[in-house]
Design a protein around this ligand. Structure first.
Ligand code: NAP
Length: 454
């Protein structure tokens, strides 16, 4: 795949990059291994200072980094600025909490002294997606670097300028150059990197096929992996829900990042008693969204990140409509340059159609009517994915059932699913395994070493 920045709002190729040669790649892997040998001995205080400095750079230059993301993958600029601020937050969070997450844990046994120590594993390969080009990387890098690992970033081929900028942030923050390196390579080189004895582990955020491939290779090599894959999150609305907030949050949850978020609400499961009102208000709000230049503050929805994604979304919608789905609004590409797609709502979706079974990565909402809470939970769980779920109800017993019975890595009640540096994030089923963020995130790439002293 071509490593290139192509502005999805205009189709203009801004910059192309030559992939690393085998010799250049080897040099970077060696640099990572050598840096790890010394970096792992740096004090937590020193790592903390550098990570705080990275946060400062992010905060100071947030508008430049936001613009870079918007130009490379089309996210509306207001969301891009928020993304950079969140990266600074995760750096500060881990800078401040790593000492408590990684402190020796005493355990009472029959030994004179026994405890658990958390030690770094080595160079960790991070295969990352384009949809949150900064956030996805920082939420891996901040805990990995605090734990004493070093990072190797293979970013998505359509966000190379972001990838280079992130490496530069860590270098300017004072990390040794080998502590975080960007590898400009295509996905076909990932196997070669994984097989390299100097690479200790890998994390991948992306699609299910990419996750299967990386986990398959790493499994044979017995290397630890974390997988953050796709989702088809349900957003359930019960009769007692606060309707105004439920509708506006539902639209936001579906269309954030132009609809290209793993934790976007994708299936809206609404109780029969309130379905008609919800549908009418949801469609009205979707129609009112401003689609256009993502660099404008007033834009709600920019272009899809690549021409291929635009084609895929259009195909999924057309095939689902041909299979019987009702098109309530949208349903086609917007004429003119750029990968713009109309905010779309489908209802009465046939099981077996693409919209029913697959993840739709664009501003396309799917509405489902259910007769009771049992049906709502059954439909919410009728997917191979299990990333997140939102449920809206004021009824405490319904809330408890959703918390207990929904098969997902997180359940948000009366809100929309969102990541937070303080809370673990990750999925079950085909959405992946392992966790990022919070205390659990920093413990993924460490040797949990038991020490027993008599
Ligand atoms: P993708 O095609 O899987 O790409 C993600 C990364 O994997 C890119 O760096 C890509 O490199 C690489 N890659 C692709 N195929 C590979 C393979 N066979 N072996 C090794 N590496 C491979 O996914 P995407 O379209 O960029 O991202 C969208 C997907 O990511 C959606 O399914 C979304 O739900 C998921 N996602 C999940 C989370 C989460 O936290 N769970 C967060 C964000 C996104 P190239 O670009 O060079 O192909």
């Amino acid at each position: 795949m071509l490593i290139a920045s192509i502005n999805p709002a205009t189709g203009e190729t801004i910059k192309t990059f030559a992939p690393l040669s085998e010799a250049q790649l080897d040099e970077k892997l060696q640099h990572a291994a050598e840096t790890f040998a010394t970096y792992r001995r740096t004090s937590l205080a020193e790592r903390e200072r550098r990570l705080q400095s990275a946060a400062e750079i992010l905060e100071t230059e947030k508008h430049d980094f936001a613009r870079l993301m918007t130009i490379e993958m089309g996210k509306p600029i207001k969301g891009a600025v928020g993304e950079v601020e969140k990266c600074a937050w995760v750096c500060r969070y881990y800078a401040e909490t790593a000492k408590q997450h990684l402190a020796d844990q005493l355990v009472q046994t029959d030994a004179a002294r026994s405890f658990v120590r958390f030690q770094p594993l080595g160079p960790v390969l991070a295969v990352m997606p384009w949809n949150f080009p900064f956030w996805q990387v920082f939420r891996f890098a901040a805990p990995a670097l605090m734990a004493g690992n070093v990072g190797l970033l293979k970013h998505a081929s359509n966000v190379p300028q972001c990838a280079v900028a992130i490496e530069d942030i860590f270098r300017r923050a004072g990390f040794p150059t080998g502590a975080f390196q960007t590898l400009l390579v295509g996905s076909e080189v990932v196997q070669r990197i994984l097989e390299d004895r100097r690479v200790a582990a890998a994390t991948l955020t992306g699609s299910e096929p990419a996750g299967r491939s990386v986990a398959g290779i790493a499994g044979k090599l017995i290397k630890k992996t974390v997988l953050e894959l796709g989702g088809s999150d349900p957003f359930i609305v019960m009769p007692s829900a606060e309707m105004d907030a439920a509708v506006s949050t539902a639209v936001k949850a579906r269309t954030i990042n132009n609809g290209q978020s793993c934790i976007a609400a994708k299936r809206f499961i609404v109780a029969d008693q309130i379905y008609d009102e919800f549908e009418r208000r949801f469609v009205e709000t979707m129609k009112a969204l401003r689609v256009g230049d993502p660099l404008k503050e007033s834009t709600d929805i920019g272009p899809l990140a690549t021409e291929q994604i635009l084609k895929d979304v259009d195909e999924q919608v057309k095939t689902s409509v041909a299979a019987g789905a009702h098109l309530l609004t949208g349903g086609k590409k917007i004429n003119g340059p750029g990968n713009f797609y109309e905010p779309t709502v489908l209802a009465s979706i046939a099981s077996g159609s693409p919209a029913y079974c697959e993840e739709v990565f664009g501003p396309v909402a799917l509405l489902f009517r259910v007769m009771n809470i049992d049906d709502a939970i059954q439909l919410a769980n009728a997917t191979t994915f299990g990333l997140g779920a939102a449920a809206w109800t004021k009824d405490a017993s319904e809330q408890e059932r959703f918390v207990d019975e929904i098969e997902a890595g997180c359940v948000f009640i009366n809100g929309m699913v969102a990541s937070d540096p303080r809370l673990p994030f990750g999925g079950i089923k085909h959405s992946g395994y392992g966790r990022e963020l919070g205390e659990f995130g920093i413990r993924e790439f460490v040797n949990i070493k038991t020490v027993w002293v008599k």
